[in-house]
Design a protein around this ligand. Structure first.
Ligand code: FAD
Length: 690
């Protein structure tokens, strides 16, 4: 009996030792505290962490902070990728940090053997992203007040910077440019170039990849770092929770946070906490079979959500079931899809991007952008886990060769599962660590829509006007389909009587986690914008909104119509709308007639139907035809608005407006362009483009 006891003791000791060795002790934290995911709680409140970046660095032994200013998640993603690469290639002790989470007055105390990265997206008209507003105001102020009296204040600070912008906007990459300028002025030392990625040219990813290698070389030289063979180390630990099933009340099945899990979602509703809104009404706007455009009225009356005409609403989509299945199958997770797992950050500064415990199915369906364009760097990082040597070689090639990647992947709209399935000729990718998927795939982003209703007329019903994304592809049976708009299309079909809608063969978990969205609900939040009618309703307005670009102008026109009905005087309201054919995609044709009845001469709709005449006619042509009147209205201080396609239309309208001003006022075009610029900076010219 004594021997038996000893055997057991020895065995247990060996077992404990082995587990500790294999996991480097990291899983212990998970076993002790299984629910301690670092996901922000309800309402996005983060638990009592320090706002002192020096403390945060010291506590966790870091020497490289990667701050991000992110609106749609790309900058955050790039920050995470830089952190990972810095660690695996150069042994840097990196941490990713949300600019919103820290104070900046002690940036002057960061010693010169450390480095700070700033990955900064520019939003809208050269504005900082929501989470970077305070940092931006601080760092670009005349004389930011730092904790010490160094001269220059940031003489010790070494930094690296990359900006994410869109060259179709006036203030291209304004954030990174201005921050870089301010940091230089304050005496900080930049390492490498101030990188700039251009979403407008569609080269963001490639710009980033081209920038980072010389930057790493410069950083390695400056900090005396030695490059090593990159070894993959997971950032997240995955623990199967044997005692839980998907029916256990504490398991997240797609609920965005604790209050949703508890069944009592509470406001404020925002980018961390959606409102599950009933859809009041929805219908098709196009009169053709092969294209769809949705009108949807979303009822926020049971919430404290408010909006103003011209704001944006964000829709939180879920992935199509077929794409979820494809993804789970490819990574050999189908059998485990409903197993309950806890995900824990193994790095103290990493954040688990969704609440846990949860299931593989819920993560992939509700939290991962599995259909988006694939990152070349991510593809390269998967190569060591390829199921065959051939697939490994192909992935390595795709990772290294930009043009090859473009030809094979980008132009075919492949998503990660479709790509990997092709590369490995249908073989499953069973060896890919799930942590790598969480690290490499962006979190599913809400999609923004310009609100197409007037808050004066209907303060608690928010309208959306959305064209359904579909792209036929040569050599593929099923066209590419957008995530959010096809989900909305399914919701519309459900609302109009189909209990199990499968638009274009796509099905959705339309009733949401635990059927919480049943009765036709959609998760949303509102984002306030600066795109606003003049406060004086008698001012004339000129609005250019072809296609779904007309969305906010439906709101504007309805607002003025309501004002007129209330007996208020309104100014000239001139709308330019364009589409293919008056019989196919003429949005809100009837409503414009009704508006005309109320507003009379104050309202005029100018149409451009591109496919009706012998020559293609666009809104900018119509604008030019009205040069004299446009100029007169501008002289009466008319506000000028453009909404819709950023890449082509908005640019051309800008150019045409300058031409009109030049010819009508008899001034050189350069001078006219200057006037348009001034109109923009004084908000007389406003854009809402995407
Ligand atoms: P997604 O799946 O996001 O795809 C969008 C595009 O990304 C595709 O068309 C394709 O070009 C590319 N893409 C996606 N995946 C791949 C891939 N694997 N490979 C290659 N390319 C890929 N839209 C409206 O219809 N009405 C509005 O009023 C409106 N207002 C907006 C206001 C703002 C401020 C912004 C930022 C956007 C607005 N949009 C509006 C656009 C809207 O947010 C969505 O981008 C749009 O509806 C498409 O979403 P989706 O999820 O269906 O498509």
């Amino acid at each position: 009996a004594e021997l038996d006891t000893l055997d057991v003791v020895v065995l247990v000791a060996i077992l404990v030792g082995t587990v500790a060795y294999l996991t480097k002790g990291k899983l212990w934290a998970v076993a002790k505290d299984p629910y301690a995911a670092s996901f922000p709680g309800a309402n996005g409140v983060k638990s009592g962490k320090t706002r002192n970046i020096i403390e945060a660095m010291e506590e966790s032994g870091k020497n490289c902070i990667i701050f991000y200013g992110s609106q749609t998640g790309t900058a955050e993603d790039y920050a995470a990728r830089l952190a990972k690469e810095g660690k695996s290639r150069f042994g840097l002790e990196t941490m990713v940090a949300d600019l919103e989470d820290y104070d900046f007055d002690n940036l002057d105390q960061i010693p010169s053997d450390k480095v700070v990265f700033f990955v900064l997206a520019t939003y809208g008209e050269g504005e900082p992203t929501d989470n970077a507003v305070e940092f931006y105001e601080f760092i670009t102020s005349e004389s930011p007040s730092f904790s010490q009296d160094n001269d220059p204040p940031l003489a010790n600070l070494n930094y690296v910077t990359f900006g994410l912008g869109n060259n179709t906007y006036e203030h291209y990459n304004a954030m990174v440019r201005n921050v870089d300028k301010s940091l230089q002025r304050l005496g900080a030392h930049r390492i490498g170039e101030a990188g700039e990625g251009d979403d407008g040219a569609g080269t963001m990813e490639e710009d980033f990849l081209a920038w980072k290698d010389p930057m790493w070389a410069a950083l390695a030289a400056k900090m005396g770092l030695e490059e090593r063979e990159g070894v993959y180390e997971p950032i997240f630990g995955i623990v199967e929770r044997e005692g839980l099933t998907r029916d256990s009340p504490e398991v997240y099945l797609g609920e965005p946070n604790k209050s949703h899990l508890d069944g009592t979602p509470k406001g404020p509703f925002n980018a961390h906490n959606p409102y599950i809104a009933p859809i009041a009404k929805s219908y098709e706007l196009f009169k053709v079979k092969d294209r769809n455009c949705l009108h949807m009225d979303i009822d926020v009356s049971a919430s404290n959500l408010t909006y103003q005409t011209g704001d944006h609403i964000a829709v939180w989509p879920t992935n199509a079931g077929e794409e979820v299945d494809r993804f789970l199958d490819l990574f050999d997770l189908t059998d485990k899809r409903h197993n309950v797992i806890s995900v824990k950050a193994l790095e103290p500064t990493a954040k688990v991007p969704f609440p846990t415990p949860t299931t593989y199915d819920a993560i992939v369906r509700y939290h991962m952008e599995i259909c988006a364009p694939v990152s070349r760097q991510f593809v390269a990082s998967l190569a060591p886990f390829a199921p065959t040597e051939e697939a490994k070689a192909e992935l390595t090639k795709l990772g290294n060769d930009k043009d090859y990647f473009h030809a094979k992947v980008t132009t075919h709209y492949l998503n990660i599962a479709r790509l990997l399935s092709t590369v490995a000729k249908g073989k499953k990718w069973s060896n890919v660590p799930f942590s790598l998927l969480i690290e490499g795939i962006t979190k599913l982003q809400p999609r923004y829509y310009s609100i197409s209703s007037s808050s004066l007329e209907q303060p608690k019903i928010i309208s959306i006007t959305a064209v359904v994304e579909a792209q036929a592809l040569p050599g593929r049976e099923d066209p590419f389909r957008g995530v959010s708009t096809n989900y909305l299309l399914a919701l519309k079909e459900k609302q109009n009587g189909d209990p199990n809608p499968t638009p274009f063969g796509l099905s959705y978990e339309i009733t949401g986690p635990r059927n919480k969205y049943d009765g036709c609900h959609v998760p949303v939040h509102v984002r306030h914008s600066n795109f606003k009618l003049p406060s004086n309703p008698t001012k004339p307005v000129i609005m250019i909104g072809p296609g779904t670009g007309v969305a906010p102008f439906r709101g504007f026109v309805r607002e003025r119509r309501k004002m007129a009905e209330n007996g208020q005087e309104v100014g000239k309201t001139l709308l330019f709308f364009g589409c293919r054919k008056s019989t196919e995609d003429f949005l809100y044709e009837e409503e414009w007639k009704e508006a005309k009845e109320v507003l009379g001469d104050k309202f005029e709709l100018v149409t451009a139907f591109s496919r009706e005449g012998p020559k293609k006619v666009y809104v900018q042509h119509r604008l030019k035809e009205r040069a004299k009147e446009i100029n007169e209205l501008l002289e009466q201080k008319a506000y000028f608005y453009v909404c819709g396609d950023a890449a082509n239309m908005a640019r051309e309208v800008n150019a045409v407006l300058a031409q009109i001003i030049a010819s009508e006022r008899g001034i050189p075009e350069a001078k006219a362009e200057e006037i348009v610029k001034q109109m923009r900076s004084s908000n007389q010219y406003q854009e809402d483009v995407w």
